[in-house]
Design a protein. Structure first.
Length: 321
């Protein structure tokens, strides 16, 4: 395996302001992160990875000298399974924790069967069972719908919630004043380790099915930039400094995807051409951001995400706009 594409990644990476980046083990190294936030002996997880990730999250508590009883919140940016698949199993191991999630996503955590059915339609039963397993439900009294403008408390630390559609209509981002940073889930795209540059990260969009909305994505990114954040923490992957530098590249790629999709149309016959058009958009932007990898390396880093982005934009194109 090319180390430039999938570099080694530690399971736990402490960063400033009592934030721990947890490599969940899902997909490729440096692809999927959960975060542990600490304050005054209390803790919260942001996103969970999949069921197989839960032992890593529990090991993170032990490594930090925290008991399972010290966790007050498991906070989901949205309920796509690489972010929320392990939530039910994790909550079962954390006696005092509540699950915070967008109001649109709450019912899927209480009764995950319809969500699992939808995932199997997108990914197929074999892939879904292998990668995600069966989601454990979360008891309804432990689920807290988080509205725009609400907040949660972790020790003396407050995390503020905003509604952040664009990638999904059930997406929230969390503002952490202590670190002047956002936990962004998929709202700020993919900042994968395989795309590191001399300047830091590079970004590509994530527009996977089925709720991509380019206008909402623009509005969400503008809202994320408004407080001049020091950093963002996307699920894919890790602490990303200077998000204001990356945002124009992210949005330009979103606009280029939309333009290519409108030109090619959403018929099944157009899908291969759209796949190649999107790949060309990403490679050009990555090079403009300072990444020096090849087309083959770009495709290896992104893997199925190119086709998922195509599928999401094609679904959006078929909706009344």
């Amino acid at each position: 395996m090319n180390d430039h594409v999938h570099p080694p990644v530690p399971m736990f990476t402490p960063v400033d302001h009592d934030i721990l980046v947890i490599e969940t083990g899902y997909a490729n190294p440096g692809y999927d992160a959960a975060y542990l936030i600490e304050s005054d002996g209390r803790a919260a997880f942001v996103d969970t990875g999949v069921n197989a990730s839960v032992p890593r999250l529990l090991a993170a508590l032990e490594m930090r000298g925290l008991a399972r009883e010290d966790v007050d919140w498991v906070l989901l940016t949205h309920v796509h399974l690489d972010h929320a698949g392990g939530a039910g199993q994790l909550l079962a191991a954390l006696p005092n924790a509540r699950l915070g999630v967008h109001p649109r996503g709450a019912r899927h955590m209480i009764n995950p069967a319809p969500l699992m059915k939808a995932v199997r339609l997108v990914y197929g039963a074999e892939f879904t069972d292998r990668e995600y397993g069966t989601l454990a439900p979360v008891p309804e009294p432990r689920v807290v719908p988080l509205e725009d403008g609400s907040s949660v408390q972790v020790g003396k630390r407050r995390l503020e919630v905003i509604d952040s559609p664009g990638h999904a209509r059930h997406h929230i981002c969390l503002w952490d004043e202590a670190s002047a940073s956002w936990f962004t889930g998929d709202a700020f795209g993919l900042c994968l380790r395989g795309f590191r540059t001399a300047q830091g990260h590079a970004v590509v969009p994530t527009t996977s099915p089925s709720q991509f909305d380019p206008a909402a994505m623009h509005a969400t990114v503008a809202r994320l930039l408004a407080p001049a954040p020091r950093a963002v923490f996307p699920t894919h992957f890790g602490e990303v400094l200077h998000p204001e530098r990356l945002a124009p590249f992210l949005l330009a790629q979103v606009d280029a995807q939309v333009a290519a999709a409108r030109q090619l149309g959403s018929s099944p016959e157009s899908a291969p051409a759209m796949h190649e058009a999107f790949a060309a958009i990403y490679l050009e932007s990555l090079h403009a951001q300072g990444w020096q990898g090849s087309d083959a390396e770009m495709r290896a880093v992104l893997g199925v995400d190119i086709q998922l982005n195509v599928d999401g934009v094609r679904l959006w194109l078929d909706q009344p706009n």
